[in-house]
Design a protein around this ligand. Sequence first.
Ligand code: HAM
Length: 442
Amino acid sequence: MSTLKAVRGTRDLLPPETALWNRVEATARAIFARYGFGEIRTPIFEDTQLFVRGVGEETDVVSKEMYTWEDRARAQSEKAQSLTLRPENTAGVVRAYIEHKLGDTGMLQKLFYIGPQFRRERPQRGRYRQFWQIGAEVLGPVPSGAESALRDAEVLEMLATLLDELGIPRASEANGNTGWKLWLNSVGSSTDRPRYINALKSALEPLKGALCVDCQRRAETNPLRVLDCKVPEDQETINNLPKIADFLDEASTEHFAQVRSVLDACGVPYVIDPRLVRGLDYYTRTTFEFTSASGLGTQNALLGGGRYDGLSEMLGGPKAPGIGFAIGEDRLILTLQALAESSGNALNSDKLDAYIAPMGIAQNAAALALAKELRAAGLSVEVGEGSFRLKKSFEFADTLARRIVILGEDEVSTGILTVKTFATGEQTKVPHADLAAALARS
Ligand code: HAM
């Protein structure tokens, strides 16, 4: 019989790697709490229309990459419905904001999420069909200050803090620019963008024959996507195309200037990238991406985000300007692993406090009782069982724990235990009453 495997583009995350995922998520949760964010968990599948209307019918994500199916009615009272596995979480969060009338509180909503997303992309390193995002959204009615450039800068400063705390260095000459880099742009308001797209279309008309086939098509269907082209021969032409900065109205120009000045004041470095227009239709004004050259190859966008001042209205809700981001957690993990490898620091060095080794089956009960007692005292403990040979127990315990506690007949009867510390090779006798304290020592 053929064996079954995880579906192409999906993968199992196993220990010890999952310890790193948990550490990343714990760091993110701690930072979200410090910045006043609360957690939101939206369903993994939604009405297909949410993404068609929110993310945009013409985007690659919606037109090519969604997992969509017709969900059959189970009863006469139900209608068949087109459902889609969420390819991203911003549309779901804004739908929940509208559905639960969060805007009626008048307060700014700061929401974060951690969870899987699904896109039928061509799998490669850092690009999967099920991948994880750690994301956040800040939105609310206009009087809550949701439109303020300070909110954009706060989100970006929080991201810089998160990457710093995770130990990902900022790009510098010293690290050969392998650290993180923030690329920033403004795509203007919903009225600026169509003016720019028209100008781009006109500028591309006489030039497109010289561009790659993909760009020739994009010039017709979605001229903004020409700016994402990576074909080396096209770059000079594309760099000379009109820039969106020249099409921003006064309010958008001022907003972008304020974002930059707050970032300067908080010491968050950034590079202006006039070509950063992003692949989802809801963006207005500030757009950004953080890249990392460590461990990611061509999929070097660690995270992306921006402002979406019209999304709530596009989904039939009240005016609720907002800004947010999503980190590709898989890519963050790849970056951390690559950094650990290049610095020679082990990532998964967290060993248990103790391994308890009963010397015979007769000591099994005492071993489990001792493990229970030590675990209740807050120690991390693994327990062997009495059919193990001593040498094998030692080798096994060494890979798992910092110390081994030997439990033979003598130890059980006297209550004096033999403890060996692997790092030093030191072996000592410890009275039962002192054991927890002795094992807690580093
Ligand atoms: P996005 O740029 O489509 O934005 O995705 C954000 C991040 O998710 C990317 O930078 C990348 O790290 C990761 N990512 C995307 N696709 C894949 C994949 N197939 N495999 C692995 N990682 C992937 C959004 O999703 C927006 N919702 C972000 C946002 C929030 N904008 C405003 N608020």
